[in-house]
Design a protein around this ligand. Sequence first.
Ligand code: NAP
Ligand code: GCO
Length: 266
Amino acid sequence: MVNFRLDGKVALVTGASYGIGFAIASALHEAGATIVFNDINEEFVNRGLKNYEDHGIKAHGYVCDVTDEEAVNNLVKRVEEEVGVIDILVNNAGIIKRIPMVEMSAADFRKVIDVDLNAPFIVAKAVIPSMIKKGHGKIINICSMMSELGRETVSAYAAAKGGLKMLTKNIASEYGEFNIQCNGIGPGYIATPQTAPLRERQSDGSRHPFDSFIIAKTPAARWGEAEDLAGPAVFLASEASDFVNGHILYVDGGILAYIGKQPSGE
Ligand code: NAP
Ligand code: GCO
């Protein structure tokens, strides 16, 4: 019998007050897991707790900036004491800065690398020792189309998400023998606050040009919803994927398979 259930498992989803993290955490909860999330301050954690409560989910929320190694180590220690050993880690917290590369300061570049690449290393490093002791663990890194593709204005984000793809493969290589599976999910263009500026209506009510561009680039002809990532996340968190390791599962409505719209008549 294939087992997609997560009963008795503790899942830490970083930066999961809303957006993709919230949708993934809700799905893991539905499959039976106990949910732990963090955000950078108390106000945001409380907003997240209210969001879970409104959806009938009792989540455990903690204040923690994922770029702060000491804070992350304390978070993992507290979660182990107050909730249990983390069986499933989803490195979801992320930021983007859309700035042409030659105009971007090194400080801005470093900030994106810090949240999107260094932090997944810091959090994974903090949870792996207890996973080894427990004899199993699942780590899911939220990658991107930019783990494979570039575009104007997102140099730091693409560098970080490309790096995160390789960190994923390396964790799988280094800790696979301890029954730890580390995989990535590469979402396509998903309608969340992060991409809201790319979907803003124009003053005449028409679609943002980038919005139309994404719909034309996506064989599914739509933006993804955060809930589109739920099934893939449950799969990668469950026993059903115990021999899947170091894989990036792109959930993109077909973007990476597609050369783009042909000129009409060809
Ligand atoms: P979002 O709506 O901007 O949410 C990002 C979350 O990360 C927020 O809850 C944010 O917390 C949290 N966060 C940021 N920096 C943090 C830090 N230092 N410590 C703790 N939490 C932090 O983004 P999203 O669209 O849901 O994206 C979630 C993940 O998916 C990101 O890694 C993103 O790069 C990736 N992704 C998104 C898309 C897309 O199309 N939307 C596609 C591919 C990949 P606050 O509450 O403080 O803002
Ligand atoms: C952008 C977008 C993307 C997406 C996503 C694609 O400006 O191009 O924000 O980077 O958020 O990561 O998979």
